[in-house]
Design a binder for this molecule. Sequence first.
Ligand SMILES: [Fe+2]
Ligand SMILES: [Fe+2]
Length: 254
Amino acid sequence: MARIAHLADLHFGEGDAAAAAMLAADIRAQAPEAVVVSGDLTRRARPQEFRAALTFLEALQAPLLVVPGNHDIPRDDVLARFLHPRRRWHAARSSAWRDGLMLPGLRLIGLDSVSRAQWHLDWAAGALPASRRAALGAALALPDGAMTIVACHHPLRHPPWAIRRRVPRHAEATITLLRDHGVAALLCGHLHRAVAMRLGVDGPLQVVAPSALSPRGAGFANGWNLITAEAGRCCVILRERGGGGWSARPLEAA
Ligand SMILES: [Fe+2]
Ligand SMILES: [Fe+2]
């Protein structure tokens, strides 16, 4: 059995230090064996925001799997966005941040779903082009027999309340890839609201974390997911901050 802390949408640059300290204390109290961060560490991909995220994450005292979100590439500097979209990300990332992790009986694989531009105006929507799906397929094909969880920023399908938002390009082809390799769960963020849903009858469980710290949440509490993975199944406990403390409830698949 493995216990994973699943966070997303920290958006350093928006929140306050007291909320970050409360979050870190709650995660440490649950003693996860790994921390998975499904992107949007920052508000505007500024170096000082990345530094704050780095300090926060390294203080959690657990192995870290971190993938970028759409807010982690430049938005104000169009030249930087097109020519070097991940330069700030790579400059900021610590050697402690991994693209994949192995725990006893469980492997965790990171997937970059961020896109610098689209043919439509919603450039935040992400993309999973053939090159990324090929790299993911190669990682999934390694025969180690362990249960597998993949983490990215963008959900590949949306619940009814978010159906008008675009999913990343090639989302369905990625779902097929995950299903064909028996991936147990896909951990994502981006929606700033927690939800779990199965991606097809025999597809993975898609788990969306709430925003960990951002005040932009359409009235939904900040929080994180405590995931227990065992024997090919995931149990998700949603931990929400409110009233000066934390509450916990199971997050069932919709
Ligand atoms: Fe976000
Ligand atoms: Fe996002």
